[in-house]
Design a protein around this ligand. Sequence first.
Ligand code: FMN
Length: 209
Amino acid sequence: MQNVIDALNWRYAVKTFDPSKSVSDENFRAILEAGRLAPSSFGIESWKFLVVENPELRAKLRAVSYGQTKVTDAAHIVVMAARTDVSALAGELVERTARIQGVDAASLDGLKNMVDGYVAGMSAEKALAYAREQTFIALGMMVETAALLGVDSCPMGGFDQAGVDALLGLSAQNLTACSMLAVGERGDDETASRPKVRRAFDEVVEFVR
Ligand SMILES: Cc1cc2nc3c(=O)[nH]c(=O)nc-3n(C[C@H](O)[C@H](O)[C@H](O)COP(=O)(O)O)c2cc1C
């Protein structure tokens, strides 16, 4: 890839993956790491990435994803889940920060109160939407990283959320499915050669001076 923009133009949402093609462990790991390293509001990391490897489970996952073949045919399928127990996230953030930065948790009371206060002011519905928003940032970074590595992917929202949650037992883990990411190599996919459809730069970007 000549540069980042070339990679992003090369990338498209793959409709048909080649089921015989794999992705190197190194590249797949880097894509997952890009999600882990994504920014999130306050650093709450309100997500979990589930790599579904069991073929029978993947077939069932496809059934609750409108039969989209990518779920079974891509080398990997990642379910991007959001935490539903949003009120627990401030405490975890403080514990994590104190441990990693080697500071006393009590010194982070200001941070905890700020995050707690921010979340406490939200309805349950808004808090869940807030947790879900963060996972899409991770999804975007994973899509971009895949492209930079020359690895094909498809972000997916076309699935029955309740069906995926039930299949993977997500509710019991205080999680709910937000999106999926299929990662692999494009197969015989006629959509690959279609010109990319995007609004013009000047329509999207406005320099306010
Ligand atoms: C959140 C999200 C959900 C999507 N869900 C699906 C999906 O379920 N199936 C699919 O084939 N493409 C899906 N896409 C891909 C979009 O249709 C695609 O990115 C868009 O049409 C632009 O095309 P391009 O990415 O190929 O440039 C999704 C994309 C995003 C960001």
